[in-house]
Design a protein around this ligand. Sequence first.
Ligand code: NIG
Ligand code: FE
Length: 405
Amino acid sequence: MGRLLIRDLRQVVSPAGRDAPLRGRALGDLDWIDDAYVLCGDERIVDVGAMADLDPIDGDVVELDGRGLCAIPGLVDCHTHPAFGGDRVEEFSLRAAGASYEELHDAGGGILSTVRATREAGPDGIARAVGRHRSWMLGAGTTTWEGKSGYGLDRDTELASLRAVADAGGIPTWLGAHAVPPEFESADTYLDFALEEVLPEAAQIAVAADVFVERGAFDATQARRYLEACGRAGLALRLHGDQFTEAGAIPLAIELGARSVDHLEATGPDGVAALAQSDVVGVCLPTAALVLGRPMPPARALVDAGAAVALATDFNPGSSFCESLPLVCALAATQLELSPAEALAAVTVNAAHVLGRADTVGRIAPGFRADLVLLDAPDWRHLAYHLGGDLVHTVVVAGEPVRLP
Ligand code: NIG
Ligand code: FE
């Protein structure tokens, strides 16, 4: 593809500057140009500016009419679980009528029921599912995404999940410590197996490793053992922590230099203060809190204390069957006390930082990959304002407008 000029855009809006992650007041700083253009070439952004300053362009260029549209960076989802078979609509219906997520989990439902369905789906079924989920994400404006394994928990299904994510263009994370599968007596014997039999090959495919630190899943000692082994194998480290209880995930994340600790619905003031003084990003997942009826994570307190905060969907069949980062932004603005500008940075620059990609994605600025979302709205802040609205008009990936599902 040659060059693409998107012209006459109502607004072009991007998190400001070049730093990542953005913290404190800088989280809400924007570069905002009215009546603007974006010129893309060789998969990158070449130039951004006001139409009044657009110089004549020599040579071939494809033009896209941006009238009535607002451009924001392609969205970055830094926490998803797209590699699963089946669904959990039965369990959803029981929960809707009052059963708790943890009760269903203890009764062999929850994560373990998806483990059974994912093993049954096999590599082809998993690849089909990831492809379908990926197209949903793209339709919602997500152009860079992380995808975790964690519903296989045996060697072949974990590796097939990681490959499916990589083949679909995602950034794979080995969530080898998501739950203890039924064929193992204890978390420790399962970890013996996972670290010996799965890690060597998982580390060839995955970029990061993740662990669910929680009562009924893995305790902090087990998480440390898993993460230290994964770190030695070259993987970046992530943790699911403080979803239901504070079980030591934040101190462990800080000590091990993890990229992020995600969930944080149960995080108290000490956890907020500790994260704020560290380089670990706090990833808030408001749709999971909403679906499970949990308290919302303390995003405002984290930002005010100076922590680096990102937002993500946690797309999965149990706690967040939702691929929409625009909806996450709406929840951030209505439930987490973040401004639309702060939410935008949390689903672009800061999410890209969690994935180690902040140099190339998450901003509309020369040199960045030409990933853009064109919103059909009079002002880009409708991204957060239009609750559940369908405002994604066009998605541009690496300088090319893609056909939306
Ligand atoms: O991030 N908390 C653990 N894992 C997922 C939910 C998985 C499921 O319910 O299937 C989460 O919310
Ligand atoms: Fe998750």
